[in-house]
Design a protein around this ligand. Structure first.
Ligand code: ARG
Length: 482
């Protein structure tokens, strides 16, 4: 039996199969090797998106987006809805475990399907083009721009706080202006250089970890000096109402939101089949530990009653500990929000770019700048929508309408994992989760979707109506073009 030589193999292949940029003998590589190799060299038309995102940058992207303003503000709501100190800590730990399990499911999907884009790519692959389009439609036009608008508003309100005279109301227009300026600044950096954006992300991650570390050390010193009265009989007063507990989880999960960031940039991540799971396994436990420790610290410094009456827990802590901290703490929180906005704008650009590549958005948006090697238009587009949202206002109600839609998409993504296991059982999966995890995550998602549907049916219907408005858009713009 003669071994086929290169020419024989070459002539048996269609022109389409051959990629001129790959040496010919490499066409013989097994599917597995090809997958790994293609993960090392990502190719784009026009300008190039290169694999510049290192493991450290990947970790900073996850940690940096997860730690925004939430952990400095929402602990109050978790305590309010859970009813006791013990239950509060349990909600924080459980939310962290849920985020980690969700992220592990995303590792399987992200290493198996190499394209960037996160949910929209996986749902398109498993559930079909229409559901995929509805995800793009809602994420690109509402969810992603709204999250940036909200984070930059938090940034602005903390950034101006030290400069306000005591007792004065917050100047709303000034806050919106500062938020808009921050969006423009971050967008510009992201358009010009992915490297700068990545370095900025690392610097801000270190700063926020230091801020959390500082509060934890203060808390530890309090406990060491015998102030643990709030932890005696921790479960006294626990809320037993299931709806209230769901609310506590929603507040906690918002602070953990952002755990899926790396899946939006798999095409730019170096060695994604290794670095995606590694990034998740470093970032998620790190954030969960930070959040748990900082909550213990809050509760060792403030009484539950003080915590419930503060608008921003971290600032209340500063007031109680040292007057100098009252100026510094809002600036720390502002920096934390700025870093989260930077990471979000970075990944939003990649989501829009992926949506355009899938044909869900105008192809025009998918272009990669030859000069800067960044998806320039795709980065600017959602930032433009964010600024429009800032001007039009009422983001609070927008968010409360749509936070449950985000869970619909997450739930569908976990479902996609199960569908792909069944549809493509033999596909190479560099990382595979235990099947019980996606099943548990689908169940949890159902609960988090149904609970607000029952509690606030009206605003949920508005959000669902928006998602469904994508159906005619699909048939008019997408399906016809195909
Ligand atoms: N977890 C962040 C916070 O606590 C919010 C993340 C918003 N999500 C996003 N994809 N940008 O502020």
């Amino acid at each position: 039996q003669s071994v086929p030589n290169d020419d024989m193999v070459k002539s048996s292949m269609q022109g389409d199969d051959l990629d001129a940029s790959i040496p010919f003998h490499e066409h013989r590589a097994s599917a597995e090797e090809r997958l790994i190799r293609s993960q090392k060299h990502s190719k784009e038309e026009g300008g190039k998106l290169t694999r510049n995102v290192t493991l450290l940058q990947g970790v900073s992207l996850i940690v940096g987006v997860m730690i925004g303003s939430g952990i400095f503000v929402t602990p109050r709501y978790v305590l309010l809805h859970s009813g006791s100190v013990g239950m509060t800590l349990l909600v924080w730990i459980t939310s962290g475990v849920m985020a980690t399990l969700g992220a592990l499911c995303y590792c399987e999907l992200g290493t198996m399907i190499q394209r960037s884009g996160g949910e929209l790519t996986y749902i398109q692959e498993a559930l079909g083009p229409l559901p995929g389009f509805l995800v793009s439609w809602t994420m690109v036009l509402i969810l992603k721009p709204a999250s940036v608008a909200i984070i930059t508003l938090s940034f602005a309100s903390y950034a101006v706080q030290p400069f306000l005279k005591e007792g004065n109301a917050e100047p709303e227009d000034l806050i919106k202006l500062v938020a808009a300026i921050s969006i423009i600044m971050i967008t510009t950096v992201n358009c010009v250089s992915s490297r700068w954006a990545g370095q900025m992300q690392i610097i801000f991650m270190i700063m926020k970890l230091l801020a959390i570390g500082m509060i934890v050390v203060i808390g530890a010193a309090r406990i060491a000096s015998g102030h643990y009265e709030n932890f005696v009989s921790p479960f006294k007063g626990t809320n037993t109402n299931v709806g209230e507990i769901a609310h506590a989880f929603f507040s906690g999960l918002w602070a953990y939101d952002g755990w899926n960031q790396l899946n939006y940039v798999t095409e730019e991540l170096q060695n994604p089949h290794k670095n995606l799971p590694r990034g998740v396994m470093i970032a998620l436990p790190l954030v969960t530990i930070c959040y748990t420790l900082i909550n213990i610290a809050y509760l060792s410094i403030l009484t539950p009653a003080e915590m419930l009456s503060s608008t921003a827990v971290a600032v209340a802590v500063a007031e109680k500990v040292h007057p100098a901290l009252v100026v510094v703490m809002p600036l720390f929180v502002a920096c934390s929000c700025y870093g989260a906005a930077n990471g979000s704008i970075f990944t939003n650009g990649r989501v829009v770019c992926s949506a355009a590549k899938e044909g869900h958005m105008p192809r025009y948006l998918a272009a990669i700048s030859e000069r800067f090697h960044t998806p320039l238009r795709a980065i600017m587009f959602p930032s433009f929508i964010s600024i429009c949202m800032l001007i039009l206002g009422d983001l609070g109600s927008l968010l409360s309408c749509f936070s449950f839609v985000a869970w619909i998409f997450l739930g569908c993504t976990f479902l996609s994992l199960l569908v792909l296991r069944w549809k493509k059982p033999h596909e190479y999966r560099p990382y595979k989760v235990w099947i019980g995890i996606p099943i548990a995550m689908v169940t949890i998602s159902c609960y988090l979707i149904i609970a607000p549907l029952i509690a606030k049916p009206k605003s949920s219907v508005v959000a669902v109506a928006f998602v469904l408005s994508g159906v005619p858009a699909y048939f008019i713009f997408v399906n016809r073009n195909k």
